[in-house]
Write a protein that binds this ligand. Structure first.
Ligand code: MSP
Length: 656
C-alpha cells in the first residue's frame, strides 16, 4: 500500500486585471511559488492556486473608457498576466478567472447557502464608496477624508442592497483569533484586526445595483454580487465546491492564504465569517506581507535616480533573467514588512550575491576540477579541521532552511544558503589549491579539496532549487549531475560524489556595471513613460481634466478662499496609533504647526524631513487617531503612489 502524501494548499490573491502587473504584484506570487516548490520537494502533495478578479465597477469604467466590452478588456490583460507567470515559470496548479462559468455558478450557490442560513437580508446602503478598492467606508474610517486603504478620494453613494450579517460573527471571530494565535500573522496585523473587530462590526453590503459587471444575485437579478464576496470564494470554487468536490475534499481547508497587508481584513474577517455562515471549515492561516514601495528615492543623485526606476517585471527579466529577479525579491525583503524597491538595490544584490558569490564559486570550482583532475570529480581520502568545518556547515544548512521556511522567512532561508556559499569560497582561499597543485606529494589533499567543493555545490544546488530552479539545473549540469533528480534528502549527506564529469558552462550570472545599467534603465523608464503618455493622450476624452475627475466646476471666488502657503517640514515622525499616517511639524513663516497626512506607505519620515511643501492652511482642523491636524499638504497621485508636491520658494510665501 502506498502512503498518502500530506497535502499543502497555498493561494495568492487573485489580481485585478485593470492594468498590467508591476514588480510589486509579482512579489506575492514569487513567494507562493517558492513555497510551493519547497513543499513539493519536501514530499507534499501541493495545490497552488492563483487567478484574476475580473468583476466590479472599476473594470466596467475602464472598459467603457477604452470603448470595449468588460470581457474583452479583461481577456487581453489576463492573457498578459498568464504570459508573465509563464515567463517567470510560476508553478501554479490552477488559474481561476472569476468570469469563468465554473466560478459564477459556484459563487451563486455559496450566496444561496448563506441566504438560506438567514445571513443575507435586503436593506438600503448609504455611505462613502472608494471605486478603485470597491469598498464602502464610514466617515470615521476615512483618513484625511480619503479611503483608508489606498488614500484616494471617496464618493457619496446610496443604493438598495443586500447585506451579510457580519455583525453576528464578531464574537466567533474574536474567539478564532484568541484560540489560534497563528491564524493571522504577522502579530501586528493580528492586533490590528482584533481591535477592528472589538470596535464593532457592521453588517456588510454585498450587492450592487449601480453597474452591471458582476455575477447576478441569484434571487434578484437587478443586483450583482459585491466583487469582494465574489472574489473571496475563488479559493473554494476553484476546488469545485460545491458541485464537484473532489479537490475540495482533498485540499480544503487551505494551509495558507498569502495576501498583501491591505487586504488582510477581507481575508481574516470577512472570508472566515462567510465560511462560518456557509458552515464550512476555515483556512488554517492567513499571512499578510508588506509592500514593495515603488519609486523610492535613492541616495545617488545620478541621472538614473532622478529619472525613476523600471518596475515592469518583463523588462527586468529580459535584462537580468528570471532567477536573478526572483532571488532579489526573496532575499531583499523581510516578510510582513514594507521595503523600498529601487533598481540600484536590485543590481547590487545581483552583483554581490549572484555574480560574485555563487557564480564565482561554481565557475572557479569547475575550472579547477578540469585543470587539476582532468574534469572528473575525485573521491576524498584526507581530512582536516577546515574540511570538517565546511562539511558541518554544508550538511547542516538544509535543516536551517527548513526552519526559516516554516516561518516564511524567505530572506533568512537564502541567507542560510549563502552562509554555505561564502564558506565554500573562503575554503578555496584557505586551501589554495593552486599551491597544492604544484606539489605532487599533496595530490590526495588537492583531490579532497576538489571533492569537497563539488559536494558543497551539489548541496547548494538542492537548497536553491525552490527559489531558482533553472540555476539549480544549470549548476547540476556543470557538475555532471544532470541525470540525477533533485531530492531534498540528498542535501543532508556529504559523501555522494566521485567520478562525475564536470563541464564548464555559461557564466551563471554575468557581472553588471551598475552605473551603466542604471543609466540604461533610466532611458528605458523614460521611453515607457513617454509611450504611456502618448497612449493616454490618444484615448483621452475631449473634456477638461476637472470633468474627468468628476469634480464640478468652481468659481474663481471659490478657489480664492483657499489659503496656500509654502511650508518647510522641520519634524516628521510616524503616527503612534496608525501605520498609514505621518505626523509633520511644518514651519510656515513665523509659525510652526502640526499636519498629518496618510502617506506612510509612500514616504518614510526621514524622506519628508526638510522638504519645502505647499500647505492648505485654512482647512478646518481635525483629529486623526487622537492627534490634531491643522491643514493639509499637497500631493500628486499617479495611481501607484502619492508624490509630495515641492517648491524651492521660501517658507511663509503665499502660493496663488
Ligand atoms: N483583487 C484583489 C484581491 C482579491 S483576493 C480574493 C486585489 N487585487 S490587486 O491586484 O489590487 O492586488 C493583489 C495583490 O497585489 C495584493 O495582495 C496587493 O497587496 C499586492 N500588491 C500590489 N502592489 C504591491 C506592492 N507594491 N508590493 C507588494 N504587493 C503589492 O487586491
Amino acid at each position: 500500500m502506498t502512503e498518502e502524501k500530506k497535502t499543502y494548499y497555498i493561494t495568492t490573491p487573485i489580481y485585478y486585471p485593470s492594468s498590467n502587473l508591476h514588480i510589486g504584484h509579482t512579489y506575492c506570487t514569487v513567494m507562493a511559488d517558492a513555497m510551493a516548490r519547497f513543499k513539493r520537494l519536501s514530499g507534499y502533495d501541493v495545490h497552488f492556486l492563483t487567478g484574476t478578479d475580473e468583476h466590479g465597477q472599476k473594470i466596467e469604467t475602464l472598459a467603457e473608457a477604452k470603448g470595449v466590452s468588460p470581457q474583452a478588456y479583461v481577456d487581453e490583460i489576463v492573457e498578459g498576466i498568464k504570459k508573465l507567470w509563464a515567463t517567470m515559470e510560476i508553478s501554479y496548479d490552477d488559474f481561476i478567472r472569476t468570469t469563468e462559468p465554473r466560478h459564477i455558478k459556484r459563487v451563486q450557490a455559496i450566496f444561496m447557502k448563506m441566504y438560506e442560513n438567514g445571513d443575507i437580508y435586503k436593506g438600503e446602503y448609504e455611505g462613502l464608496y472608494c471605486t478603485p478598492c470597491e469598498s464602502f467606508w464610514t466617515e470615521s474610517q476615512l483618513v484625511n477624508g480619503c479611503c483608508p486603504d489606498c488614500g484616494r478620494p471617496v464618493q457619496a453613494a446610496k443604493e438598495e442592497a443586500y447585506f451579510f450579517r457580519l455583525s453576528k460573527y464578531a464574537d466567533k471571530l474574536l474567539e478564532l483569533f484568541e484560540k489560534n494565535p497563528d491564524f493571522l500573522q504577522p502579530e501586528s496585523r493580528r492586533n490590528e484586526m482584533v481591535s477592528f473587530i472589538k470596535q464593532g462590526l457592521d453588517d456588510l453590503c454585498i450587492s450592487r445595483s449601480t453597474f452591471d459587471w458582476g455575477i447576478p444575485v441569484p434571487i434578484d437579478k437587478k443586483h450583482v454580487i459585491y466583487v469582494w464576496l465574489d472574489a473571496l470564494t475563488n479559493y473554494i470554487t476553484a476546488l469545485g465546491y460545491p458541485d464537484e468536490p473532489e479537490l475540495y475534499n482533498k485540499y480544503w481547508p487551505a494551509d495558507v492564504h498569502l495576501v498583501g497587508k491591505e487586504i488582510v481584513r477581507f481575508h481574516s474577517i470577512i472570508w472566515p465569517a462567510m465560511l462560518m455562515s456557509a458552515g464550512l471549515p476555515l483556512p488554517k492561516q492567513v499571512l499578510g506581507h508588506g509592500w514593495l514601495l515603488l519609486g523610492g528615492e535613492k541616495v545617488s543623485k545620478s541621472k538614473a535616480a532622478k529619472a525613476g526606476d523600471v518596475v515592469d517585471p518583463v523588462v527586468l527579466i529580459d535584462r537580468y533573467g528570471i532567477d536573478a529577479l526572483k532571488y532579489f525579491l526573496l532575499r531583499e525583503y523581510t516578510f510582513g514588512q514594507d521595503g523600498v524597491f529601487t533598481n540600484e538595490v536590485m543590481l547590487k544584490r545581483m552583483n554581490y550575491d549572484l555574480a560574485n558569490d555563487l557564480g564565482n564559486l561554481v565557475s572557479r570550482t569547475v575550472s579547477m576540477i578540469e585543470k587539476y583532475c582532468g574534469g572528473t570529480v575525485p573521491k576524498a581520502d584526507t581530512s582536516d579541521e577546515i574540511d570538517e568545518d565546511l562539511k558541518k556547515i554544508a550538511v547542516g544548512a538544509a535543516a536551517k532552511v527548513e526552519e526559516q521556511m516554516d516561518k516564511f522567512a524567505f530572506n533568512m532561508a537564502l541567507e542560510e544558503i549563502w552562509i554555505l556559499v561564502r564558506r565554500a569560497n573562503k575554503y578555496i582561499d584557505e586551501k589554495a589549491p593552486w599551491v597544492l597543485a604544484k606539489d605532487e606529494s599533496r595530490k590526495a589533499e588537492l583531490d579532497t579539496v576538489m571533492h569537497n567543493l563539488a559536494e558543497a555545490i551539489r548541496i547548494i544546488s538542492i537548497l536553491i532549487y525552490p527559489f531558482m530552479h533553472s540555476t539549480s539545473k544549470e549548476i547540476r549540469k556543470q557538475l555532471g549531475l544532470w541525470y540525477a533528480d533533485v531530492e531534498w534528502k540528498d542535501a543532508f549527506v556529504f559523501e555522494m560524489m566521485g567520478g562525475e564529469q564536470v563541464k564548464k558552462g555559461p557564466q551563471l550570472f554575468p557581472r553588471l556595471d551598475i552605473e551603466k545599467e542604471l543609466a540604461e534603465l533610466a532611458a528605458v523608464h523614460q521611453q515607457m513613460e513617454a509611450a504611456k503618455e502618448a497612449e493616454k493622450a490618444a484615448s483621452a476624452p475631449a473634456e477638461p481634466a476637472g470633468a474627468e475627475q468628476g469634480k464640478p466646476e468652481i468659481t474663481y471666488e471659490d478657489f480664492d478662499k483657499i489659503d496656500f502657503r509654502v511650508g518647510k517640514i522641520v519634524k516628521a515622525e510616524k503616527h503612534p496609533q496608525a501605520d498609514k499616517l505621518l505626523v509633520f511639524q511644518v514651519k510656515i513663516g513665523t509659525e510652526t504647526r502640526q499636519i498629518i497626512s496618510g502617506v506612510a506607505q509612500s514616504y518614510t519620515p526621514e524622506e519628508m524631513l526638510g522638504r519645502q511643501v505647499i500647505v492648505v492652511t485654512n482647512l478646518k482642523p481635525r483629529k486623526l487617531r487622537g492627534l490634531e491636524s491643522r491643514g493639509m499638504l499637497l500631493f500628486a497621485d499617479n495611481g501607484e503612489r502619492v508624490e509630495i508636491v515641492t517648491t524651492e520658494a521660501p517658507d511663509g510665501n503665499v502660493v496663488s
